[in-house]
Structure formats: structure tokens, C-alpha cells
Design a protein around this ligand. Sequence first.
Ligand code: BYC
Ligand code: FE
Ligand code: FE
Length: 474
Amino acid sequence: MSVDLNAKIPNNVGLAEDRRLQRALESWQPSFINWWKELGPEGTQNYDVYLRTAVSVEAEGWANFGYVKMPEYRWGIFLAPPVEGRTIPFGEHKGQPVWTDVPGEYRAALRRLIVTQGDTEPASVEQQRLLGLTAPSLYDLRNLFQVNCEEGRHLWAMVYLLHAYFGRDGREEAEMMLQRHSGDIDKPRILGAFNEETPDWLSYFMFTFFTDRDGKFQLSSLAESGFDPLARTCQFMLTEEAHHMFIGTTGVMRVVTRTCEVMNELKTDDPEKIRAAGAIDLPTLQKYLNFHYSVSLDLFGQEISTNAANYYTAGLKARFEESKIDDDHVLKDGSEKVTMFENGVIKEVETNALLAVNERLRDDYVADCQIGVSRWNKTIKRHKINFQLTLPHRGFHRAIGTFGGSSIAPDGAVITKEQWNKQKDKWLPSKGDRDFVISLQRSCIEPGKIASWVAPPGRGIDGHSFDYQYVRFN
Ligand code: BYC
Ligand code: FE
Ligand code: FE
């Protein structure tokens, strides 16, 4: 598949041969750039940022590093190469050739999935737009901008599908992507977590760990879609997603490390003393974890979902690593245990496997989150500190699904609204906690310098050291 890098819109989808589509996308492009300038990273128009840009989907081509002014970033449309003879891997069309066009009967469902996926991408850029003003280091600043640019590219990926395969309503949906805004009362983003604020870098690290990880699982399940263009787009997006989660995993790790160092230097576990030394006490980290984990769990939808069953049966959206699962990939007769909250009691319920597809994805996500948390705990232990971070119960602080609006403590105890209100500041960041974390946010962008509350990274980007000039301010 040939790559056209010099085109207005770099691509490997043969845009030059489809003038109508090319014109349509080129007319969306200025709206995107306007949106970026207005709601993308604040005050950065002239910065030269050491970024990777995808120039092809081959192993050597997709991570090309160099200084770029962000509004001139080459947002391209790149799909993984088609697999000759690929067949639909699951659902009632299992074994049939994949669709290279949208099957009429699934048009609405596919559009909805693509729109929901696409909407999250610019939402996250909007959520993070002010963080560049308070970066804890030049390295972190660069990583933030890298993620912002790639989320912008992910929007391009979905907008390409809408324009290429959904005609006029696809073009309308593409316009809407730039009209809904994170946190907007009248036109909010579609999913809850993408209307929350990301007001500080601790929230940002938690977001890239927990919420970008939802991206990993959703994209993986779309990467096996029977609609081949969607599958191929998502396969390539996943390669970029790995770096976003790396920022989260190592970001939180570095905060934990710094806190442990301060605790050992001062020989204390008194949060007040730790805070006075400019670090974030472990109980506060736990509260931020509780918040971001619970809002991210909501992103998997209802435990028992006919939508999800229909997507699966239609061959549109699979399970995580569908092809590696050893079963019939149709699930008509399968069953699955699901944790439900019924009449005030949390219980395991046996249900049809098809209806439990959302919950299964959430289970896989929970297990993946636990791996990261265990790594952070190893670091705490290595510092000989007696404290463990934990994932709260899945019913804790939920807005969607069986637990939506219920009062469940982090340990899974069912409590009253009154008890919840009394204790919630112990479990979720209080106004005071947030004010404290925000008080630590100061721009620290001299090469080699780092803020007081986070340890430097183990290594830099693209073989450069931590003190490299990752961003040049002009
Ligand atoms: N907030 O049957 P259900 C990423 C609605 S992150 C608000 O469970 P379904 C990224 C739902 O729409 C990955 N509403 O629905 C990360 C439905 O509405 P209707 C994003 C919600 O469709 C960081 C109703 O409740 N990708 O890429 O099976 C930075 C019934 O629910 C929510 C995707 O999400 C919610 N949280 O499940 C940048 C993939 N949850 O029909 C980027 C595409 C549910 O009653 N989306 N509802 O009007 C999907 O696969 C599905 O839409 C969902 C929801 C899994 C999200
Ligand atoms: Fe993304
Ligand atoms: Fe991401």
C-alpha cells in the first residue's frame, strides 16, 4: 500500500484517487485546525516540539522523530495493511469474508460505534488543554503534546471512516465531532469520563493509566471487527495507544517513587509533613486512583447489554483478543457470571454470554489495571513502606450500569446514602486534596529540572537523556 506523505492529508488509503473524498476531507481540515488552535494545547502555536509522527504503518515508519510546530503536525490517515482472505472472526457471519463496505443493515450501529470512539479523542485534547502551562518537566511537556497530537490523529482516523463510508450523515457527524465539547452543558461529549476535568498532572497521569486503557480495550475489540476498514484503523491506533498508557504507568510510578523518597528522608508517614515537603501523600494518591478507576469502569457500559450482544452477533465489535479465545465465537449457548446489584445486595448472576460481552471486557480491563497497581506496590515495598494501593470494588462510585447511583464503599460494603456522604471525602479527592495538588502545579521546564512531587523518568525519549531540549520555546 503506497504512502502519500506530500499530500495535504498524508495517507496510505489512496486519497488522491478519490477526488470527492479528498475534497470532503480537505474541507473538514480547516475546521479541525481551527478547533486545535482554539481548544487544543493552550499558547503553544510557536513551540518546536520533539515529536514522533507516523509516516507509514511499517515498523520503521510509524515512529519518526523530529521538531514540529504543533499546528503543522502532519495528521495522517493510516490503516494497517489488509490481510488477504481475512474472514469475520465471530458472530453470526463468522467465516464469511470481511466487509470492505458498510453492510446496509448495520449502518446505524457501525456509525454509532465510530462516532462514540471518535468523540473521545478530541474530548481528551480539550480536557488536557491547560496542562502545558504547569508541566513538571520538559520531558513531561513533550509527552503531553505527543499524546494530544496522536489523539488528534485518532479523531482523523474516525472522521476518515465517516467521510469515506457514511455519505452525508457521516460528514454531518464529522462536523459534530468539533461541536460537542468536554464539559459543555449544552453539547457535552458523549461518554461521562470525557466530561470530567483534568485539572492537574496527577489527574493526567491517572487518566492516561485508567482512561487511555479503556481505549486499549475498546480499540482491541474493534480491531477484530468484520468491517475491515474499522479493524485496520484500530489496529494501527493501538500501536500509538501503548505510549499513552506508558505515560500513565510510569507517571504514577514516578509520583509514588518521589513520595516514598520523601517519606524515608523525613522518616514519617504523616500526610501533613509529606505535603509540606512538596510531595503527595499515598492516601491522596489512593483517592485519585479511586476516582479515575471508577469513572473509567463506567466506560464499559451496562453489565447486561443487548447493544453489546447485537454488536457481537453482527460481527461489529468483538471481545478482547477474540481470536485467542478458545470457544465457538458465536456465544449463543454460552453463559457468563456477572456481578449485579439487586434489591440492595451484590450477587453473582449467571447470564447468557452474549449479553455479558461488555462485562467480560470490563473484567479483562480490571485485570490489566491490577498489573499496573501491583507494580506501583512493588516500588512502595522496595522503599520499605507499609502501604498498598488497591483497586476499589467495582461497584464503588459508579454512574452507569447495575451499580449506577448506589452507595458502595471501596471495600464493597453496601452502605446508606448518609454514610456515603459522611465518608466520601475519605475515598475520593476532597476539595482540600484537589486544592493541595493544584498548589503543586508549577511550570518546571528548564532542561533537566523536575518538580518537587514527581521523580524523573528512568530514561528519555528516542534515546535522548532526560535533560534533552524536548521543547524549544520561540
Ligand atoms: N457514559 O447497553 P449499553 C478512548 C449509554 S476510550 C454515557 O451498555 P453499549 C480514549 C449507552 O450509550 C474508548 N452514556 O451501551 C481514551 C446506551 O445509550 P442508549 C472509547 C453511556 O453501547 C483516552 C445506554 O447507556 N471507545 O479511546 O453497549 C483518551 C445503554 O448502555 C455510558 C468506545 O467506547 C457512559 N460511560 O456500551 C482518548 C468504543 N455507557 O442506547 C481516547 C465504542 C453507556 O440507551 N463504544 N452509556 O441511548 C461502545 O462500544 C459503546 O458505546 C459503549 C457503551 C461500550 C461505550
Ligand atoms: Fe486515542
Ligand atoms: Fe490514547
